[in-house]
Design a protein around this ligand. Structure first.
Ligand code: SAH
Ligand code: SF4
Ligand code: F3S
Length: 460
């Protein structure tokens, strides 16, 4: 599908509406609560950018906000329940503050049954908007304030015609030294369990030039850690293929790391591994979800690779890029998964030795093929497998971290948080430091001890 960049005239129209709102909204406070993945975090920075343009001041203090937006996730049932309970908490607040505006957006809003549920059971929600509507936020707020009715801005057929890219709307970044840069949106892979292609629409890539310009500005501002975002960055379809985009970004002047999320194993190329190996500015972290070890389950999941192919890729990465941290996502209890299938998953974990695993129990998502497959695995078995995954991984994680004791590594400080001085390494490992270090600066650190999910280091 061709890129559909929202025309400048539409963006100008939104900026005009924002200007007309400023008189009314200046002095008012807005709060955005985010659930879900990095993509949603990045969207929330755009939402906050648009809110600032409308005159709002951003606050974390929901209680004192005049406008609250909940940015939701639909990936698993648990994520949806959390968002609903977040929305539920706002009811009381609004009872005490009648003119408070409440909006819900994000992936859950793209699901018809969730919109109906909000319509029916959350009467105090003033507006909802879909994942391709962020650039229209000024118009959405204007309409909500003026119509006195509930407002819905959602593409009716996200599945087919849901492919816009908005440039030139302001972004309010949470940090001045770590930044997200979206390089693509949506997903065309249709893994059989996953809701993302339905709620995020078709895959579309930003232009090479726009991405490079954004990174140049960040680098010039002193940003130290830049994460390129996409559901499957390897299928980036701009003017250059992903490995070359990554390499060009790493060549931009400035002292920063560039990282990326997420890679799909079927598209992670040898070129990509070679580019990472040859440039130290590309972070030593590779997140490569494998989901399951059994070829039969991988087939049912529509993942497009076998266990053997995955292992080859993972071991190539470890071999070519010394010291790289390899992390992954795993789903257990997928429909029809037997103990034998599951043992193949454990086998992959043993053979690769991941630094970190994100483990999930299969959650049926309405409208996806896996939700209606026969032989769903009973909950008790899913839990047993989930526990087995984590037990095995805990051992691996500790072993990997222990291997780092005595090494000197570069760490990006995050300053002092809740009384402890922490930072992150190029591998994205959390390091507890022995003394405060200004946040956003790099320091050399000797690793003195290892825990399962963090390391302790002494600044040199
Ligand atoms: N685009 C990324 C993943 C995004 S979703 C990729 O393909 O790697 C993040 C993770 O959530 C997935 O990797 C998967 O492990 C998990 N996930 C997605 N749908 C799920 C479902 N229905 N039940 C349980 N876990 C799920
Ligand atoms: Fe979902 Fe698969 Fe796309 Fe990842 S690649 S977002 S798991 S459909
Ligand atoms: Fe959730 Fe949407 Fe991300 S469903 S995981 S917030 S793309």
């Amino acid at each position: 599908m061709d890129n559909i960049i929202i025309p400048k005239s539409e963006i100008d129209k939104q900026k005009k509406i924002a200007a007309s709102l400023r008189e009314f909204c200046t002095g008012k406070k807005a709060s955005v609560r985010t659930y879900g993945c990095q993509q949603n975090e990045a969207d929330s920075e755009r939402i906050e950018g648009a809110l600032v343009l409308c005159g709002y001041e951003i606050t974390k203090d929901t209680k004192n906000a005049d406008l609250v937006i909940i940015n939701t996730c639909a990936i698993r049932e648990h994520a949806e329940l959390r968002a609903f309970s977040g929305a539920g908490e706002l009811k009381k607040l609004k009872e005490n503050k009648k003119d408070m505006l409440i909006g819900i957006c994000g992936c859950m809003i793209q699901e018809k049954h969730r919109r109906e549920q909000i319509q029916k059971s959350y009467p105090y929600v003033d507006f909802v908007f879909g994942t391709d509507m962020h650039h229209r936020l000024p118009e959405i707020i204007f309409t909500a304030l003026n119509s006195g009715k509930r407002v819905s801005f959602v593409s009716e057929k996200p599945h087919n015609d849901f492919g816009v890219i908005s440039e030139d709307m302001p972004v309010k970044r949470k940090s001045d030294y770590r930044a997200w840069v979206s390089i693509m949106y949506g997903c065309d892979n249709f893994c059989s369990y996953c809701v993302v292609p339905y709620v995020r629409g078709r895959e579309r890539s930003r232009s090479y030039d726009n991405i490079i310009s954004e990174v140049k500005v960040l680098a010039a501002q002193g940003c130290r850690d830049i994460t390129l975002l996409g559901q499957n960055v390897n299928s980036y379809k701009g003017e250059k293929a992903f490995p070359y985009l990554l390499s060009d970004i790493a060549d931009i002047d400035g002292d920063f790391w560039v990282r990326f999320m997420t890679s799909h194993p079927k598209d992670a190329s040898h070129e990509l591994v070679d580019v990472i190996a040859s440039n130290e500015k590309i972070a030593r972290h590779f997140h490569l979800p494998f989901q399951a070890g059994s070829d039969r389950i991988l087939g049912l999941m529509n993942r497009g690779y076998t266990k053997e192919q995955y292992l080859e890729k993972a071991l190539e990465i470890k071999e070519k890029v010394k010291g790289i941290s390899l992390t992954t996502d795993v789903i257990c209890g997928f429909p029809t998964e037997t103990d034998k299938d599951f043992s193949e998953t454990l086998d992959v974990i043993k053979k690769v030795g991941f630094d970190m695993i994100y483990t999930f129990i299969f959650s049926p998502r309405k409208g996806t093929p896996a939700a209606s497959m026969d032989r769903q695995v009973p909950r008790e078995e899913q839990i047993l497998r989930f526990n087995a995954l984590n037990e095995l991984q805990n051992e691996n994680a500790l072993k990997n971290n222990q291997n780092m004791v005595g090494q000197t590594i570069k760490v990006l400080s995050d300053g002092v948080n809740n009384g402890s001085c922490t930072g992150r390494s190029s591998q994205n490992k959390i390091i507890t430091l022995d003394r405060p270090q200004e946040k956003g600066t790099f320091v050399d650190v000797v690793i003195v001890s290892a825990q399962q999910y963090s390391l302790t280091g002494r600044i040199k």
